[in-house]
Design a protein around this ligand. Structure first.
Ligand SMILES: Cc1cc2nc3c(=O)[nH]c(=O)nc-3n(C[C@H](O)[C@H](O)[C@H](O)COP(=O)(O)OP(=O)(O)OC[C@H]3O[C@@H](n4cnc5c(N)ncnc54)[C@H](O)[C@@H]3O)c2cc1C
Length: 378
């Protein structure tokens, strides 16, 4: 019997597997696809990381730790995973994005600069912001290589003695006297404790979350910039932008892969069953993203390199769920990352390991407890 089984070895699961193995646990990871893969929430090469956090200053201590753990992973794996480019949080004066980003910087003493739209354009000439826009520039912003990170965590965990089984679907789990029995398409496995990091599929394994965590279809687009030099990582900060056309985010051209852009809540398409996600990209998917490029990044408006479909798993308030499963003292769940979780994988792996080992939590996790649902009516 294992000390722990981690169900789902994607972003959160691979980091959890590593942190558990590093603590000396006997641990098994079960993954329905390969590691990494392009069917969940963590593919598409890059994910933004930023300290200036519009979503709430309470995330900043976790973010600081996430940066440290990403650097540790680089040391262990010998791979460059976290790339700093600086980050811009953009929006009209008084917008949620600008106000929230500034509040995080002020509360946590982060280095930042506030720029008018025109100042952004002259300093970072890939941008064409209207004069009414403002931006918080924070030098620690950048991106994490998501698939590289998942592979690095899984391989580091294996090196520490963890076991991993891929291409196996967990059908369910049940409690028995000494722990839990996990039923899969290739047989049963047993453990004293479980960690469920199943992303968009979490409702299949934690029925109490079926109505709470909802998957949503998203699309990423990579273009050939018309002026490539302006979109190189050294000259183009990552961005998170609230605009009259919607909320966009984007990246410089990492290793000449192309300028990458996405839009939060893309076409607002809920995914009832992630196994039946519409994975093909359509002209209307591209149109939504081209609109943002034409308006704010005209020199990135070249040919399409590629597009990819991915899933958010939204919680009702947009904040993470890191807790015990309802009614189970020895089953833990990390879910509902609502489109902004990847940057935290490195620290959430540690959080889940601490849960599993009954270690006192290093961070204040009140904000992420499921009990908030009771006061908020879900
Ligand atoms: C387009 C897009 C852009 C994003 N941009 C950013 C960004 O810039 N910055 C940021 O911080 N975050 C971003 N996010 C969010 C971030 O990527 C997610 O929060 C994060 O990847 C979630 O990780 P996860 O481990 O929960 O899910 P996943 O990585 O999908 O892992 C879940 C794993 O569980 C496995 N699994 C599920 N069910 C079973 C089962 N029954 N049996 C076995 N295995 C199972 C799945 O196969 C999968 O591998 C973005 C998300 C998308 C879709």
């Amino acid at each position: 019997m294992y000390d722990a089984i981690v169900i789902g070895v994607g972003g959160m699961g691979s980091a959890t597997l590593y942190h558990l193995a590093r603590s000396g646990c006997s641990v098994l990871g079960l993954e329905r696809y390969g590691i990494p893969h392009a069917y969940g929430s963590s593919h598409g090469s890059t994910r933004i990381i930023r300290l200036a956090y519009s979503e709430g200053p309470e995330y900043v201590p976790l973010l600081r730790a996430a940066y440290r753990y990403w650097r540790d992973l680089e040391g262990i794996s010998g791979r460059a995973i976290l790339h700093k480019t600086g980050g811009l949080d953009i929006g009209p004066e008084g917008s949620w994005t600008v106000e929230g980003s500034r509040a995080s910087c002020v509360e946590h003493g982060l280095e930042f600069e506030e720029l008018a739209g025109k100042e952004v354009n002259s300093r970072f000439p890939g941008y064409r912001l209207p004069s009414g826009m403002r931006a918080i520039h924070q030098p620690d912003g950048g991106y994490v290589l998501s698939e590289v990170a998942i592979a690095a965590y899984a391989s580091a965990a294996l090196g520490l003695g963890a076991n991993v089984v891929t291409d196996v679907v967990v059908r369910g789990w049940t409690r028995h006297s000494a722990g839990f029995r996990v039923d899969t398409t290739t047989g049963e496995f047993e453990a004293k404790r479980l960690v469920i990091t199943a992303g968009a599929w979490v409702g299949n394994l934690v029925p109490a979350l079926r109505q709470i965590c909802t998957a949503e279809r998203q699309v990423m687009l990579w273009t050939d910039p018309l002026s490539p030099a302006r979109f190189e990582p050294g000259r183009f900060p990552v961005f998170n932008m609230e605009s009259p056309l919607g909320r966009f985010y984007g990246f410089p051209s990492h290793r000449a892969e192309g300028f990458k852009i996405g839009k939060y809540y893309h076409l607002k398409q809920r995914v009832d069953d992630p196994d039946h996600l519409a994975r093909e990209c359509r002209p209307e998917d591209e149109a939504v993203l081209r609109e943002g490029i034409e308006e704010y990044f005209p020199l990135a408006n070249g040919a399409t390199r590629k597009m990819a479909v991915c899933m958010f798993t939204n919680s009702p308030d947009g904040h993470f769920i890191l807790d015990r499963c309802p009614g189970e003292s020895d089953v833990f769940v990390a879910a509902g990352f609502s489109g902004h979780g990847f940057k935290f994988c490195s620290v959430i792996g540690k959080v889940m390991a601490q849960f599993c080992l009954d270690s006192p939590p290093t961070w204040d996790l009140q904000r992420f407890s499921l009990t908030r649902g009771r006061t908020n009516g879900w």
